[in-house]
Design a binder for this molecule. Structure first.
Ligand code: PMP
Length: 326
């Protein structure tokens, strides 16, 4: 990582302190900054929760030394947990719905974890159920439950958010983040709202996701190609607190696909689909602040690029929209 200048003892010390880079598509008056989470050792934002959750659970005895973590995951969490588990002497088993990228599943296995697939049509709910069944069959096994465990949001409260606030000397007007579990957004929102209760907090989801149900809407659930964010069953999103969220932005896969290509071509970012959705939403929020449609305590918007497009090349992310498998 670019900001680590001393020799380090373990790869876990390279988690976090990722770069914050200006998005040039944003209006001049209201800059947007994106935190490049692919600079983490497992190449995604989820390395932060892998390190924080496993270390905390070992510390407080929830996870016995040499025990096993069993986690339902879309992939990046598995990689983040696998990096940490290997270094902390813990075994790892991941339950991944079939449709998620094969690159991620290969990386989890390379890091020493076992990967078990569940049918795509059973969604994350099916993976959660299977993870609990598996854990019950093993001695010393714990399901960290990133969808419900406050340690997930706490990782971002303790690392992601303070890094952003330090880099911008506290000048953060809006926080914009795509929500899978919602852990990233909730942790950043908690930190930002403590510093200024007027901070504008925006959740991002793909079209077809049903987070709107938590805001009194009745959205139609549909498949989407954008990977890592959105939900089809808000009952599983226990961490997501709509009270902390001022707006929910819904981005169509077609727009996200075009933005991935633009980010690479124009701004040099090999950023994946959730990054592109975040970027479109963050630029929209910046325009709303510029035009006076939204009040924010500072004229600066912060978002994240959670992982890299390299992880999804086999799915044709840079081919035509129709060829992108999602
Ligand atoms: N983008 C990607 C690529 C992810 O894998 C995830 C996690 N599923 C997210 C965004 C969303 O993060 P969170 O679970 O903290 O909402």
């Amino acid at each position: 990582m670019t900001t680590h200048r001393e020799p380090l003892d373990s790869v876990l010390e390279t988690v976090g302190e990722t770069p914050l880079v200006r998005v040039h598509a944003a209006p001049e008056e209201v800059p947007v900054y994106a935190k490049l989470e692919s600079f983490n050792p497992g190449a995604s934002v989820k390395d932060r929760i892998g390190k924080h959750m496993l270390a905390s659970m070992l510390d407080d005895g929830t996870l016995p030394p040499g025990g096993t973590v069993v986690e339902p995951t879309a992939g990046n969490t598995g990689i983040g947990f696998a990096v940490a588990a290997g270094q902390l002497g813990v075994d790892a088993v991941f339950v991944v719905p079939e449709r998620f990228s094969v690159e991620k599943q290969q990386l989890m296995r390379a890091l020493g974890a076992d990967v078990i697939n569940t049918p795509s049509e059973d969604g994350m709910g099916g993976a959660v159920e299977r993870a609990h069944e598996l854990a019950a069959e093993l001695d010393d096994a714990v399901v960290p439950q990133q969808f419900a465990n406050p340690l997930n949001a706490e990782a971002h409260y303790e690392t992601t958010a303070p890094e952003v606030f330090d880099a911008l000397d506290g000048g953060v007007g809006a926080v914009v983040a795509g929500c899978g579990t919602g852990g990233t957004l909730m942790g950043m929102a908690d930190y930002a709202l403590e510093r200024n209760p007027e901070t504008h907090v925006v959740a991002v989801q793909p079209e077809g996701s049903t987070y709107g149900r938590l805001f009194g809407e009745d959205p139609e659930a549909d498949e989407y190609k954008t990977e890592g964010i959105g939900t089809h069953d808000v009952a599983t999103n226990e961490l997501f607190d709509p009270e902390k969220v001022d707006d929910l932005k819904t981005i169509a896969d077609e727009d996200t696909h075009a933005e991935m290509a633009r980010l690479a071509r124009e701004e040099g970012h090999l950023a994946a689909s959730s990054s592109a959705a975040n970027c479109l939403a963050a630029v929209e929020v910046a325009r709303e602040i510029r035009d006076g449609d939204v009040d924010a305590p500072h004229d600066t918007v912060v978002t994240l690029f959670p992982d890299s497009s390299e992880r999804y090349l086999s799915k044709g992310v840079y081919r035509s929209f129709e060829e992108w498998e999602g």
